[in-house]
Design a protein. Sequence first.
Length: 153
Amino acid sequence: MADVFTQSKRSQVMSRIRSHGNKNTELALAKLFRANDITGWRRHQPVFGKPDFVFPKLRLAVFVDGCFWHSCPQHATKPKNNASFWRKKLTANQLRDKLVTRTLRSTGWSVLRIWEHELAAKNTSQLVARIRKRTNEARRRTNSRTAKTRSAS
Ligand SMILES: [Zn+2]
């Protein structure tokens, strides 16, 4: 990605993106769920780390990670202007992502992180398969936990 923004413009763009999440990718995923009859998800749930989507019954948290902001291995770019600012910022994002994932897992959640690029039309059938696999796993896990609780009581 070319470093086309001035510092102030970039901060402005960044604050807009950070404060509201990325609506486009979230909406694209919601659309994908609907088109593929994937149900049981909610948005804007008060869950640690503010997942973009939550499947409350499955205790599955879904994040859509922007390729730039979350340093996707395929598309991460390193801006040349203000290089050290960006290095710190992007590293901090990665650390926060890890912390959020780890914290959620330690409290019984499954975490599914989806890259922005997986929402490209050519990748969606693979993405849907991945989502189904994870929701099925989460469902089995939830069922076995419920069964254990029942037999224990
Ligand atoms: Zn990517």
